[in-house]
Ligand binder design. Structure first.
Ligand code: FES
Ligand code: FES
Length: 160
């Protein structure tokens, strides 16, 4: 068995250093080693998008990366979205208002992808939102309310 490596990462602005076997998935590292269970794991082979986090600001499927590949980099998970404990991120607030979630399993991954989308595009139209959503599987909502939530958040963020 290979010796554990040391993985040093900044997650949601907090620095962590942990040993990690080279084969340890980033998704398992985040959930089990760091205790950040807001990142969900569905398919574990890059299809469902539930495990999406931001790595140096870009959405990635954490089940397709090893923890050691994140060494020295910055990660944002869904726990890092809200600006304060009593304040939701505009996307989170819009998802709540528009019923953009039901069971919520897919939601953390979708929120991370949409966070990057709204950072890069002030006012994405519906087809752009749907294209960004196409990497995420949701078994509950039929997607329409998710699209509405993202559009509402975009409007509010653009008006700031
Ligand atoms: S758990 Fe990573 S894409 Fe499904
Ligand atoms: S809200 Fe249940 S899978 Fe999307």
């Amino acid at each position: 068995m290979s010796a554990p490596e040391r993985v040093r990462v900044a997650v949601n602005g907090t620095f962590y250093e942990r040993p990690a076997e080279p084969r340890l998935l980033l998704s398992d590292f985040i959930r089990h080693d760091l205790g950040l269970t807001g990142t969900h794991v569905g398919c574990e082979h890059g299809v469902c998008g539930a495990c999406t986090v931001l790595l140096d600001g870009e959405p990635v499927r954490s089940c397709l990366l090893f923890a050691v590949q994140a060494d020295g980099r910055e990660i944002t998970t869904v726990e890092g979205l809200a600006p304060a404990s009593e304040t939701l991120h505009p996307l989170q607030a819009a998802f709540r208002e528009c019923h953009g979630l039901q069971c919520g399993f897919c939601t953390p991954g979708i929120l991370m992808t949409m966070t990057a989308l709204l950072r890069d595009q002030l006012d994405p139209d519906e087809s752009t939102v749907r294209e960004a959503l196409s990497g995420h599987l949701c078994r509950c909502t039929g997607y329409q309310h998710i699209v509405q939530a993202v559009r509402l958040a975009a409007e509010r963020m653009a008006a700031r």
